[in-house]
Design a protein around this ligand. Structure first.
Ligand SMILES: C[S@@+](CC[C@H](N)C(=O)[O-])C[C@H]1O[C@@H](n2cnc3c(N)ncnc32)[C@H](O)[C@@H]1O
Length: 225
């Protein structure tokens, strides 16, 4: 099982109906059903081929009777299935936010979300804060030499304020609880921002609007400005 999916599996409380949105290979629901960490699983993909792949893996693993495979765009059409936990992994933060926005009317308070954005986590964090989700944990996972972010959130249904740009970009957890890979995650972000700032300077473009994010990363890393 890939480390970033194992990180979701180990955080899932026992029992409950699990939904893997954009499952593709089906590895996560397969594992959860085999380990009896999920009672049932709803397994979706927007494309027929990846969904067929998941279906095959679940059948080969002997758990097809507890899995419902659904060809669906996001979660908007998944209401009425008693879903307790959602994983939405391996997509951009923007796509994940769009899936949550379009599925908003099917959600109910207490449902838990395990979100693994590949990019645009600022957009996702902003969506979660504004649209009634409480972020409960963020962690960084390393898989095949690459770092991945996992955001765990609970839907409360109570809308909140948009985070400031620094919080949207970096979250509120990793600076306090960096875990094994948090520091490396901030270092990669810092290097990316430094490269972008240098390119902008070389091209004679306007001031870099991410300076405050870069300054905060340096503070977290305890570096001189
Ligand atoms: C990179 S794969 C990730 C697979 C798996 N979740 C993982 O993290 O290893 C992304 C999958 O999401 C599916 N996908 C993309 N947008 C989707 C959407 N709006 N609704 C459902 N599935 C979607 C794609 O077809 C693809 O199979």
């Amino acid at each position: 099982m890939p480390a970033r999916l194992a990180a979701i599996a180990e955080r899932l409380p026992e029992e409950g109906v699990f939904c893997d949105v954009g499952s593709d290979h089906g590895l996560l629901p397969l594992f959860l059903l085999q380990q009896r960490k999920a009672l049932r699983a709803v397994v979706t993909d927007i494309k027929p081929l990846p969904l067929a792949r998941a279906k095959e893996a679940l059948a080969a693993g002997g758990v097809a009777d507890r899995a419902e495979c659904v060809l669906a765009d996001g979660i908007a059409s998944l209401g009425g299935r008693g879903i307790d936990f959602y994983a939405i992994a391996g997509m951009s933060g923007e796509t994940i936010a769009q899936i949550l926005r379009e599925g908003k009317t099917t959600l109910h308070a207490g449902q838990r979300f395990y979100l693994q954005p590949m990019s645009h986590e600022d957009i996702l964090r902003t969506h979660l804060s504004v649209e009634g989700f409480r972020i409960t944990e963020e962690t960084v996972i390393r898989e095949n030499g690459k770092l991945f972010l996992l955001i765990c959130a609970t839907f409360t249904g109570m809308p909140g304020e948009a985070p400031d740009p620094i919080t949207a970009a970096l979250g509120m957890y990793l600076d306090q609880h960096p875990g094994v890979w948090g520091r490396a995650y901030f270092e990669i972000k810092r290097d990316r921002l430094v490269r972008t700032a240098e390119k902008r300077r070389a091209a004679g473009l306007d001031a870099f609007d991410q300076e405050s994010v870069l300054a905060r990363i340096r503070e977290i890393l305890k570096e001189e400005p």
